[in-house]
Design a protein around this ligand. Sequence first.
Ligand code: NCD
Length: 424
Amino acid sequence: MQMLGAPRLEVGVIVPPKHFVSIDDLNQEEMDAVFTLAERIVEADIENVGFVLDFILRFLSEEEPSRPQTKRASCAGKIMGVAFYEPSTRTRLSFESAMHRLGGNVIGFADAKVSSVAKGESLADTFRIMSSYCDILVLRHPLEGSARWASENSQVPVINAGDGAHEHPTQTLLDLFTLRKEKGRLEGLKVGLLGDLKYGRTVHSLSLALVRAGAEVALISPAALQMPEAILSRLLRENGSAVRQGEAMEEFLPGLDALYVTRIQKERFVDPSEYERVQGVYLIDKATMSAAPKDMLVLHPLPRVGEIAPSFDSDPRAAYFRQAAYGVPVRAALVALLVAASANQQDESTVPAAGGSRLRAVTCANERCITHSEPDIVPKLVKEALTDRTICYYCDAPTPVSAKGTTSISARARKGRNASHGQG
Ligand code: NCD
């Protein structure tokens, strides 16, 4: 069986390892495997580690062993490298905790100022080097598309722990896990996404995953912070009747099963006065939530900076601390799967050729895209599967091209990039 089932991007003749850079990178079967394993990790004592590897080997080989076969920790002897170029508490620490609990070790940096980045080293070089020291890498970076670029320069799986305002797919896994666990399903669920839908990367990955899973989303934000058109159009193409949009929280509250609250992403505003205009626009407290159903969950990726009153924490609907705690089992399940899958295919893999030089260079329209800052990167565009428009291969920003300057993208690269759209 092909490891973890999903289509992989092929660069030249080399088959790189399986990465998790976008929510599109896991298909339904793989996501279900992560959730099932995470569920077992929550239920069982994680120190009883043998079952994790047994589960994964069964998933990868499709063979049904008659009895548990291993007692070995699934990541014993393995090393996770963490490269965090932006602040983080939950994401980095839950990844590190997960790896330690799986029996592995962690190296890396939580502040790029203490790495050679401070001397001007490129992301590509950093990842080429780190991938020769580690078995799996986790990246958080302020530029959009950085995780895709890092994955092209890595011989081991790369996990995107947030690339600018683009995506945060592992947060989505634990958000979905929380909803499944506490609501029993995703299909048919009515979920409000509230706050900064423009710059909030968690809601970009989450909205796509929810609509694909058959949930309905209400996109609730000030006009200035609406869901970017690039994502909205994908949601509408996926299932237009599952998407509603508005500004007034009260209008949506009575019909919701869950409300996913986000922080206004102050650090991503170009003009600070724009931030001042929208700051504090929504408040979750006992009074505002009196209009919400008694069983409506309140989720938040955290950190909160005033949008949920601490006095609401004792309300049974407040699920955000449980949600954060699920970060460890969910990330443990993901890491264990990616490490095992990559170990199984190591013979096939070597360092991918950098850049994809067969593709014609273009310029991405998004000035926060990684393609504008890395020395060796060859910008390229692909056709988006659902909308058929041209988008940046790295950051997904729609980038129109003139008839003359139409980009040439190999069919193979396009297939690898788009094939899992719509599955997850
Ligand atoms: C989120 C992030 O970094 O995007 N935090 C997290 O990972 N839990 C949300 C945020 O910073 O607002």
